[in-house]
Design a protein around this ligand. Structure first.
Ligand SMILES: Nc1nc2c(c(=O)[nH]1)N[C@H]1C(S)=C(S)[C@@H](COP(=O)(O)O)O[C@H]1N2
Ligand SMILES: [Mo]
Length: 253
């Protein structure tokens, strides 16, 4: 809905830029023969600009004063799989994030290794599809940095995130991103929330943050990351646990 409004506003602004029409002139437009040409070029402009926007636009960042008193946890908040329990019992000291699939350099990184990489801190808003929002300060390594280390091959199109928590239906929580979002500067693998070690309810020891999309894209309890050409053969085939239940794969805000 919002996206449609934004598109409309864009089209309107693009039309205004041509100087050819006033707002609400669509009926009149359709009565003139030059209209299709103007509309056509305006639409092309709109699409080009929108494409640039969706690739480069930054999510709003907030100030310390905006941080919510509690970062409300949602979905899985205490994974029970044996592998996760064993890691948690040991303070996640044995944790390693595996990065594989279509990459030149498959690797696995410990938490210390991840924390030693250049990091980024961002205060962003989290919007859940259920209709609530919270603001938190997240610190982690940019996913782009890790991807540069692993070097996706030419066939790679998507980044798939596999998680430690099993869902009620027996499947595993997972998510995926296209390269525009995977390489976006605000897309990070976070290990700290509000200046503290990431708590278990919010995805310890490592979770994805993609602030331009809805909460369900931000996979918690990361187990491994795979570069793939297609996600059709993974779990339900729609690119994520909630996508397999019918939610949008691109959950832009
Ligand atoms: N592994 C995993 N990641 C997940 C979920 C989940 O259940 N399991 N829930 C998603 C949903 S719907 C939301 S809104 C956010 C909640 O993040 P939070 O618990 O830090 O608020 O995590 C997302 N990532
Ligand atoms: Mo959510």
């Amino acid at each position: 809905m919002k996206l449609i409004n934004r598109r409309r506003r864009f089209l309107r602004d693009a039309l205004a830029l041509t100087g050819a029409v006033a707002l609400g002139g669509c009926d009149k437009l359709s009565e003139t023969d030059w209209a299709p040409k103007v509309l056509g070029s305006a639409t092309a402009l709109s699409h080009a600009a929108q494409g640039a926007l969706s690739r480069n636009a930054m999510a709003r960042e907030y100030t310390e004063a905006d941080i919510s008193p509690e970062f409300r946890p949602n979905g899985s908040t205490d994974p029970q799989s044996a592998a996760y329990r064993a890691l948690a019992a040991n303070g996640f000291r044995g944790y390693r994030l595996a990065i594989g699939g279509l990459v030149a350099h498959p690797m696995s990184l410990s938490l210390d290794e991840l924390r030693a990489l250049p990091n980024r801190t961002q205060i962003t808003r989290h919007d859940c599809v259920e209709g609530w929002s919270v603001i938190g300060k997240w610190t982690g390594v940019q996913l782009s940095h890790v991807l540069h280390m692993a070097q996706p091959t030419a066939a790679a199109r998507y980044v798939v995130f596999r998680c430690y928590d099993a869902m009620d239906d027996g499947s595993e929580y997972y998510e995926s991103l296209g390269f525009d979002d995977a390489y976006h500067p605000q897309t990070i693998l976070a290990w700290a929330l509000n200046g503290k070690t990431l708590p278990i309810p919010n995805g310890a020891p490592l979770r994805l943050r993609v602030p331009r999309q809805l909460g369900y894209k931000m996979a918690k309890y990361l187990r491994r990351i795979d570069l793939v050409a297609s996600f059709k053969d993974i779990e339900g085939g729609a690119g994520g646990y909630w996508e397999d239940q019918g939610y949008q794969w691109y959950a832009g805000i």
